[in-house]
Write a protein that binds this ligand. Structure first.
Ligand SMILES: [Zn+2]
Length: 251
């Protein structure tokens, strides 16, 4: 197996381009520092605008070998083998997939090969978002179901991640699996904000609605929420709840 190139760690001159950690090719990769989202995220936590429409800049991709990652100057020791192997080469050559979606699938593949199954699921879901934007529901469905399979093949999921599995199944119109997964989660007495999102998911599943909805639509307006519920949610400190709390307050 070829070792990842040490080229990226070599001190370069002022005009040296950042180097791919897999093949050593230098390329111009502008840094990406997005402004924080101002709109509520979707139920699967796809961020609202202005981050939402910046997906073309979320990942860097090497123009030579196709390795894609948030920073292609770094790579897991097993990444080079994955990038040079036949499945990755076939993915790179598959022009039937949109190029931006292939970039997320490339990252997903590398993550899966290096054992980061939940991160691979995220990247596969992101490929589905690209397909959503390009009005390719066939591809979006395929990649949502791949994300679900990756989530389920990794370590056990917590309640908030399981809601995202339910959402991916609903958006992929896998109604029976979506409802069964939602029902099992509902029985586990999930935290209140998760329960509220879950209740919306179950209403949407019951109505056969596979569309996009935001977290804001799952939560009642702040004025109607009892004070004690605010305190309970504020005390949890998980990222998902922190995000929900911001949307509660009219974000
Ligand atoms: Zn490369």
């Amino acid at each position: 197996m070829p070792a990842p190139s040490p080229a990226n760690s070599r001190p370069g001159g002022a005009d040296a381009l950042p180097r791919c950690a897999v093949c050593g090719t230098g390329s111009r990769q502008p840094p990406f520092r997005p402004d924080p989202p101002e709109q509520a995220p979707d139920l699967d936590l796809r961020p609202g605008e202005p981050v939402r429409s910046t997906m073309a800049r979320w990942l860097q991709q090497c123009p030579n070998c196709g390795y894609a990652a948030p920073n292609i100057g770094r790579a897991h020791p097993a990444a080079a083998q994955a990038v040079l192997a036949a499945p990755f080469r076939a993915l790179m050559a598959d022009a039937s997939y949109p190029a931006l979606a292939r970039r997320f699938l490339a990252w997903s593949h590398v993550l899966e090969e290096t054992g980061a199954l939940h991160a691979a699921a995220e990247a596969s879901l992101q490929a589905a978002w690209v397909a959503d934007d390009l009005s390719r529901p066939d591809l979006a469905r395929t990649w949502r179901l791949e994300a679900v399979a990756l989530w389920r093949s990794g370590p056990p999921l917590d309640a908030e991640q399981t809601v995202r599995v339910v959402d991916a199944l609903r958006r992929a119109e896998a109604w029976d699996d979506a409802e069964a997964t939602a029902a099992a989660l509902a029985k586990s007495n999930p935290p209140e904000a998760v329960a509220q999102v879950l209740a919306l998911e179950r209403r949407l599943i019951g109505a056969g609605d596979s569309g996009r909805h935001t977290v804001a639509s799952a939560l009642p307006p702040p004025a109607r929420r009892p004070h004690v519920a605010h305190q309970r949610i504020a005390g949890r400190g998980e990222p998902f709840f922190a995000r929900l709390k911001r949307w509660f307050r009219g974000g």
